[in-house]
Design a protein around this ligand. Structure first.
Ligand SMILES: Cc1ncc(COP(=O)(O)O)c(C=O)c1O
Length: 537
C-alpha cells in the first residue's frame, strides 16, 4: 500500500591495464595474502543462509509462473500502447487536450517513456501508493480514506480513516510514541530550542544536544568520534564525495546499495564498480581485478579503494556477510564503509548493529554510517569513525557546511532513544525492546515460510520479504490487506527487476504476537486465493 523508490548501482564501465607487481606492492605483502586467504576460506565455508536468497527464489519458480508474469506485463504494455494511439487521434482531432504538451516553442518537460509508464502502468495501481496517513506510525496507523473518479489520475478524501496494523514504517524498536519520558524530554527541548536549527553546523548550528548525541552514538557503535547530519540520505550523499572521491579513486559497491549511496558515489567523481549482491567472492574478484588492472588508460595504481555495503538490505531483508567482507578488505588494504540505516539498534544483542550481530570488531570497519530515522524514531544520520576523519568531514562535507543543522528536538528524540537502548536511563526497556523485535521478526518470518511463501532475508532481520512476482496479484493482495486492516509496502518494477515484485513487512517491537498471528492468517487465506505459495514442499 505504500512504496519506496530506491535505485540500485548501475553496472559500471570496465577497467583495463595490468601492472600487477606495482599494484600489489601498494596494497599488501605476500605473507599477508596467505594469512588472509585462510581467513576468507574459513569464513566462506562456515556461512550458511537460513532463508532463500533472491536468486534462489527465482530458481524455485515454475516456468509457468514466470510465463504468466511476463504475459501480464506484455498485455499491460500492449493495452497501454493502444490507448496512447487512440489518445493521440483524439488530441489530433481536438476532441481532447494534451495536459502534458509543452507551451508552443518549448521542449517537452517529460520523457515519453516515463510518461507512458506513469499513466499506462503505474496509474492502474496508484491506489496502492502515496496514501495519506495521520497519527503515530506505531504498531497501528490511521490511513485516510480516499477515492478516485478518474482512474487514479487524482484522488479525493471521502472522510474518516481506516485503522491498520502497521507493517510499512521503520518503527523497529517502537520509539514512534506520543507519551513517555522520551516524548516529555522532546517536548521540553522544543521549549528550550524551538524547532529549527537556523544555521549550518559550521556556522551557528553547533548545539549542545547534537554534540551529546554525537558523543553517545560514537560510544554505542564503538568508534572514537561521530558526526550527526540532518538527513540520512544526505549523510551518504555528502560524505562519500568528501572522503572517497577524486581522480584515481575507486568505489566498489554492492549492486543493491541504496540510492543515497549511488548519489554520493556518483558525486564523488571516483570510478564506480559494482559486485554481486552480498557476495564476498565476487567482491574479491572485482577488487583483485581492479588492483591488477589499475586505473584506466594510465594503469597507475588506484589512489584509494573504498568498499561500500549495507548492514541490512532494506528491500531484501538480508544481513551483510560482514566477516567475509572484512577479510577481503583487510587482504587488499581497501577501506570499508558500512551503511547501518536499518541495522543500527535493530541488530546485535545490545543493538550495536551488524558488527555486534556478526562478531566483527568495529575497529575493522573504517566508516560506520547510520540513520536516526528507523530504530530511533527520529530523523537524521551519523558517520562514526576515527577522530581525524570526523574532523576532516566537518570541514569538507557539504552536509555540514551548507545544509542546516539537525533540528535540536529531533536530536533530543534520537538521544533519548539511544540512551534507552544503551540502558543509560537505568531501565531494561531498551534491551527488552531489542529482544521483542527479534522474537517478533523470527516468529513472523518462520511462520510465513511455513505457509510455503517464498520468504527472503535472514533470521533476526526485522525486514521480511514475501515474494509475489506477479504485479496484478501484488495489487490484489495489497488492496485486500487494506480492507483487512493491514498496511504493507508493495514493491515492483522499476524498483525491482520485472520478475521480482514483492511485499515488504517491517516488524516492530511494538507488535504483539496476536497481531502477527492475525496477519499470518490473512496471508494464508490470500496466498491460497492468489496461488502465490511457491515453495516446493
Ligand atoms: C540503506 C539506507 N541508507 C540511507 C537511507 C536514507 O536515510 P533517511 O531515510 O534517513 O534519509 C535509507 C532510507 O531508507 C536507507 O535504507
Amino acid at each position: 500500500m505504500f512504496t519506496k523508490y530506491y535505485s540500485r548501482m548501475p553496472a559500471s564501465v570496465g577497467v583495463a591495464q595490468p601492472t600487477e607487481q606495482e599494484n600489489h606492492s601498494r596494497f599488501h605483502s605476500k605473507k599477508e595474502i596467505e594469512v588472509d586467504e585462510k581467513q576468507m576460506n574459513h569464513a566462506d565455508s562456515t556461512y550458511k543462509r537460513e532463508q532463500l536468497s533472491i536468486d534462489e527464489t527465482v530458481e524455485e519458480l515454475s516456468y509457468f509462473a514466470v510465463f504468466v508474469v511476463y504475459w501480464c506485463y506484455l498485455t499491460m504494455l500492449i493495452a497501454g500502447r493502444l490507448r496512447n494511439y487512440v489518445n493521440k487521434i483524439l488530441i489530433f482531432l481536438r476532441v481532447k487536450n494534451d495536459p502534458f504538451a509543452p507551451p508552443p516553442g518549448y521542449a517537452p518537460l517529460f520523457k515519453e517513456l516515463e510518461q507512458f509508464w506513469l499513466t499506462r502502468v503505474y496509474q492502474r495501481i496508484r491506489d496502492l501508493f502515496e496514501r495519506t496517513i495521520t497519527g503515530v506510525p506505531g504498531a497501528k496507523i490511521q490511513v485516510i480514506n480516499r477515492a478516485s473518479d478518474d482512474e487514479n489520475a487524482s484522488f479525493y478524501f471521502t472522510g474518516g480513516t481506516t485503522e491498520c496494523l502497521n507493517f510499512g514504517s521503520y518503527n523497529y524498536l517502537g520509539f514512534a510514541q506520543t507519551s513517555g519520558p522520551i516524548t516529555d524530554s522532546v517536548a521540553e527541548s522544543i521549549k528550550k530550542y524551538s524547532y529549527g536549527g537556523g544555521s549550518s553546523r559550521l556556522e551557528a548550528g553547533k548545539y549542545d544536544v547534537i554534540n551529546e548525541l554525537e558523543e553517545t552514538i560514537a560510544r554505542h557503535v564503538g568508534k572514537p568520534s561521530a558526526m550527526a547530519f540532518g538527513m540520512g540520505y544526505a549523510t551518504n550523499s555528502t560524505t562519500l564525495p568528501a572522503i572517497c572521491g577524486g581522480k584515481g579513486c575507486l568505489i566498489i559497491s554492492d549492486t543493491l546499495n541504496h540510492a543515497s549511496i549511488v548519489a554520493g558515489a556518483r558525486d564523488s567523481g571516483a570510478r564506480i564498480l559494482v559486485f554481486k549482491h552480498n557476495n564476498p567472492k565476487d567482491l574479491e574478484k572485482v577488487l583483485r581485478d581492479s588492483i591488477v588492472e589499475g586505473q584506466p588508460r594510465t594503469r597507475r595504481p588506484w589512489k584509494k579503494i573504498t568498499i561500500i555495503v549495507e548492514g541490512i538490505y532494506s528491500m531484501e531483508g538480508e544481513i551483510c556477510r560482514l566477516p567475509e567482507i572484512v577479510a577481503v578488505k583487510k587482504k587488499y588494504k581497501a577501506y570499508l564503509y558500512v551503511d547501518e540505516a536499518h541495522s543500527i539498534g535493530a541488530l546485535g544483542r545490545t543493538g550495536r548493529g551488524v558488527c555486534e550481530q556478526t562478531g566483527v570488531n568495529p575497529a575493522d570497519v573504517d566508516i560506520l554510517m547510520g540513520t536516526f530515522t528507523k530504530a530511533f524514531g527520529s530523523v537524521g544520520g551519523y558517520i562514526a569513525s576515527h577522530t581525524e576523519l570526523i574532523d576532516h568531514l566537518r570541514h569538507l562535507s557539504y552536509g555540514n557546511v551548507y545544509a542546516t543543522t539537525m533540528s535540536p528536538p529531533c536530536a533530543q528524540q534520537a538521544l533519548g532513544a539511544l540512551r534507552v537502548i544503551m540502558g543509560e536511563d537505568g531501565t531494561t526497556d531498551g534491551i527488552n525492546r531489542i529482544n521483542r523485535l527479534k522474537e517478533n521478526s523470527n516468529f513472523f518470518r518462520t511462520n510465513l515460510a511455513k505457509l510455503n511463501f517464498h520468504v527472503v532475508g535472514d533470521r533476526d532481520s526485522p525486514v521480511v520479504i514475501m515474494m509475489m512476482y506477479h504485479p496484478s496479484k501484488l495489487a490484489y493482495l495489497s488492496r485486500k490487506c487494506l480492507a483487512a486492516g493491514i498496511a504493507v509496502v508493495s514493491v515492483g518494477f522499476p524498483v525491482t527487476p520485472l520478475l521480482l515484485a514483492r511485499v515488504r513487512f517491517c516488524l516492530s517491537a511494538s507488535h504483539t504476537i496476536e497481531q502477527l498471528q492475525y496477519v499470518l492468517k490473512v496471508m494464508d487465506e490470500l496466498g491460497d486465493v492468489l496461488l502465490v505459495k511457491h515453495k516446493r514442499r
